[in-house]
Design a protein around this ligand. Structure first.
Ligand SMILES: [Zn+2]
Ligand SMILES: [Zn+2]
Length: 133
């Protein structure tokens, strides 16, 4: 049986690799280490746990940061952090090919494709009775 101590979850973390705090250290909303002391607490789904090297503690020191203060790491974290805020960066809108507009801005009268006669406003061809347009 595996005994879970408070050290286990820290040992599983890589140094300087932010992980979602809710995953490794669930609990009450708490403060970001980078925010001012009077800042609001963040839910842990919006906080990142970052294990830093600590001179006196080989297990390291874990601090929690909000998305705005999570330290930028040089190398990509082993596990890509899922963004809790799900900041979907709007990719450049794909440029649709210009819609081919009909040459004539408005067609004054419809023509029956079969009879080539103007169709009255009723839309029914007077020759063949076909509904046009
Ligand atoms: Zn912060
Ligand atoms: Zn017709």
């Amino acid at each position: 049986m595996k005994i879970t101590s408070s050290h286990d979850w820290r040992a599983g973390l890589a140094f300087d690799s932010p992980v979602l705090a809710a995953d490794v250290l669930p609990g009450e909303p708490t403060r970001c280490a980078g925010c001012p002391a009077d800042a609001a607490k963040h839910p842990r789904t919006e906080l990142w746990a970052v294990k830093k090297r600590h001179p006196n503690d080989p297990a390291g020191l874990v601090r929690l940061y909000c998305a705005a203060h999570v330290p930028r790491v040089e190398r990509a974290p082993a596990v890509a952090p899922r963004s809790p805020a799900r900041s979907r960066r709007a990719s450049a809108p794909r440029r649709e090919p210009a819609r081919r507009a009909p040459a004539a801005p408005e067609r004054p009268k419809a023509l029956c494709p079969d009879c080539f006669v103007e169709v009255p406003s009723s839309g029914v061809c007077g020759m063949c009775g076909q509904k046009v347009g």
